[in-house]
Write a protein that binds this ligand. Structure first.
Ligand code: DAH
Length: 338
């Protein structure tokens, strides 16, 4: 055993680590739980009593030598480290690519904020609906073309279950479950079986608005929409209402906003000075009745707009398909908008 220890001692003495990793390997080899020194101590335990004194002494010497060696090199190597070029903590951090909100989300959020300032709540309904909520309760006659296969995506072969074609279905759900006064907007996805082009898509987003109370008049509708248009497009914006037709409103209208070209004429407004923004009207008494609201006591107005279209007008986006392709070169342009 004596010779063996001498040999190990020589090896330990010769050792010169290049770096901290070398030193750590050395430490584990000699002082680790199953290392050389602990194995020697195991052997030492089985020695005859008379040999223990002498062997114990050199074994301890070995242990001390190894410890000192580790201490010495560990100090030396960390001193050397101090001379290495240090990390400059004042340098700016590496840039993370920043995410951005989708323009549809930006506009959706802005519209919700505008209407919540005048007391509208937000309500939602299912994307898969039945005929009653999408059409029948909204006064669509049975043979109305909007129910047609060409427009509506039906779920399986059941003509009663479909993807909603507009968020007006949420009006019905709200009126069925809430008694007036009702003041709510309903944002959501809608689906129509249309060919995809720069102007139309089979999936898009709408926001529906509904106000039902005693004495609600067309003047209230006009005031509300004017407030909305000015908040969204700027104080100078003018609105214009044109007569139109929707089965669930009587009278019905379409609202245009003045184009930012101020009537000079541009491509966006096709030289008319006006941009079509939404459909609206006074809730048809038939619809109130279908939803168990007393049409003698209450009146209401409703409106519906397409978010894609508003975003298109606000940011001068030329092609509706861009919203769905999620090309980061398109999306990044909205990164500054919160
Ligand atoms: N639901 C109609 C559509 O999708 C939009 C609409 C028009 C909603 C007039 C309304 C309204 O509430 O009063 O084209």
């Amino acid at each position: 055993m004596h010779e063996k220890i001498e040999k190990i001692l020589q090896e330990a003495n010769k050792f010169k680590p290049e770096n901290i990793a070398d030193l750590e390997k050395f430490r584990i080899r000699f002082l680790g739980k199953k290392g050389i020194i602990s194995q020697l101590f195991d052997e030492f335990r089985n020695l005859p009593h008379n040999e223990k004194k002498e062997k114990g002494k050199i074994l301890n010497e070995l242990k001390i030598t190894v410890r000192e060696k580790i201490d010495k090199f560990s100090r030396a190597l960390s001193v050397n480290r101090e001379n290495e070029p240090s990390i400059d903590l004042t340098l700016p951090a590496e840039q993370f690519p920043e995410g951005s909100r989708h323009p549809i989300s930006v506009v959706r959020k802005e519209i919700i904020e505008i209407f919540s300032r005048i007391g509208f709540t937000v309500s939602e309904g299912p994307e898969i609906e039945d005929d009653w909520h999408v059409f029948s309760a909204l006064n669509f006659p049975a043979e109305h073309p909007a129910r047609d296969m060409q427009d509506t995506f039906f779920i399986s072969k059941n003509p009663d279950i479909m993807l909603r074609t507009h968020t007006s279905s949420v009006q019905v759900r709200v009126m069925q479950t809430t008694s007036p006064p009702i003041r709510t907007i309903s944002p959501g996805r809608v689906f129509r079986n249309e060919a995809i082009s720069a102007r139309s898509h089979c999936i898009f987003h709408q926001i529906e608005g509904l106000y039902v109370d005693e004495n609600v008049s067309f003047a209230d509708l006009k005031q509300t929409l004017e407030f909305f248009a000015k908040e969204l497009f700027g104080e100078e914006t003018k609105i214009r209402l044109r007569p139109s037709f929707f089965p669930f409103t009587e009278p019905s209208g379409e609202m245009d906003v003045s184009c930012s070209c101020k009537g000079k004429g541009c491509k966006l407004c096709k030289n008319t000075g006006w941009l079509e923004v939404l459909g609206c009207g006074m809730v048809d008494p038939n619809v109130l009745r279908d939803c168990n609201i007393d049409d003698k006591k209450y009146t209401g107005f409703a409106f519906g707009l397409g978010i894609e279209r508003i975003a298109l007008l606000k940011y001068d986006i030329k092609d509706i398909r861009l919203y769905f392709e999620n090309d980061v070169r398109f999306l990044n342009q909205f990164s500054a908008i919160i």
